[in-house]
Design a protein around this ligand. Sequence first.
Ligand code: TGC
Ligand code: FAD
Length: 388
Amino acid sequence: MKRFEHLDLYGIENLLSPEEKMIRDTVRDFVDREVLPVIEEHHREGRFPMHIVPRMGELGLFGSTLTGYGCAGINSVAYGLAMTELERGDSGVRSFSSVQGGLVMYPIYTFGTDEQKERWLPRLARGEAVGCFGLTEPDFGSNPAGMRTRAVRDGDSYVLNGAKMWITNGHIADVALVWARTEEGIQGFLVEKGTPGFSAREIKGKFSFRASFTSELSFEDCRIPAANRLPGAKGLKAALQSLNQARYSIAWGSIGAALACFHAALDYSKERVQFDRPIAGFQLIQEKLVWMATEITKAQLLAYQLGRLKDQGRAEPVQISMAKMNNVAMALETARTAREILGANGISDEYPVIRHMCNLESVKTYEGTHQIHTLIIGQHLTGLSAFQ
Ligand code: TGC
Ligand code: FAD
């Protein structure tokens, strides 16, 4: 099979170390061989290809930048490149990795006890256990500070009541990291599958993220051991710190979805003949292709520099917000433009474009909507918060 080669107009390839390229190429082959052949079928049927999870674990795609506990310990640029490849396959595949690694393993690693780390991190790293991250509620999405889910201390336990909404992998997860209000502020709790009072229901009827599981979580007098609280996670800040990790992966991942759409449109335009010539020869088509290639290149450079900053411990939340905001908006516009170039074929799952386009509508909304990231950057520039 011929390996997919990306658009690389600015020679980013030359900025990568041999190890970064090797990791990228390994994930690229995995996507070509094991994701692309099955993804449309799973998308149609509305389910995640669970059989790839152990293989993702073997490839170190869960908690990749963490060290110990069976994690790969790779740098942030290599991780970002891997996320680009996964999302070239499908946003749902990249999401599985971002949630498991950035939103479940990272907070356990950063805020958890040694017992919590030993219990969960090796299994999550291998893909033998699945985790989910419950922050959003039916009435509190962009403003999680208003959450109503409550955890009340009762002896050696906490008793949870409330609901979480739109939770990736919620009903298949072995462990849910649930954020709840307590007397000492918002804190994170590990709720294990099967705990009495905890139930999870799949959200059906989605037109986006069809090859991904999304769920609603419910807690009714759900009693968990006090030892399941993440002791280092104090306040909403800990949840937002975890979101930085997943937002970072989206900044890279969205480039993969854009590349898939760009290359589909480029190939199609060279083959599709109208008015006796390939449509790629028309100026209006070329303008679209040039716009896509330019925006993808800018996004690649933004992600690359963000990755290098992250590896130096210098990536600021505002930089992550800018990369998430810009790169996802770019990817969605690229997908819509590619869809147009494909004409009627653009709405068929014979091509990956409409699937990516529908997925990217969610990516623009989750992990902080485009508008919320705009306001985070606006606050940084002006010193004035538009939230209050
Ligand atoms: P605010 O007062 O601004 O902040 C509270 C404290 O947190 C600190 N902080 C951060 N720390 C680290 N990283 C960040 N990104 C941070 N952002 C804020 C802040 O400095 C403060 O610290 P301190 O020491 O002063 O207490 O909080 P706020 O309530 O005003 O909220 C600000 C806002 C709106 C930006 C925040 O609530 C927000 O980001 N909202 C968006 C919510 C969101 O992103 N939800 C995502 C849910 S998870 C998800 O979507 C997973 S998708 C799954 C998949 O990938 O499949
Ligand atoms: P709202 O917050 O109600 O926003 C509605 C609209 O109002 C948006 O356009 C928004 O930008 C705008 N808006 C809100 N406030 C302002 C403002 N101050 N100024 C200007 N405009 C504003 N959450 C989790 O916790 N865990 C998960 O695993 C998870 N997975 C998800 C998977 C999918 C497929 C999807 C679609 C969502 C997922 N989410 C998850 C939820 C996601 O984080 C929220 O949908 C997101 O934070 C936005 O919240 P909301 O949908 O309630 O929109």
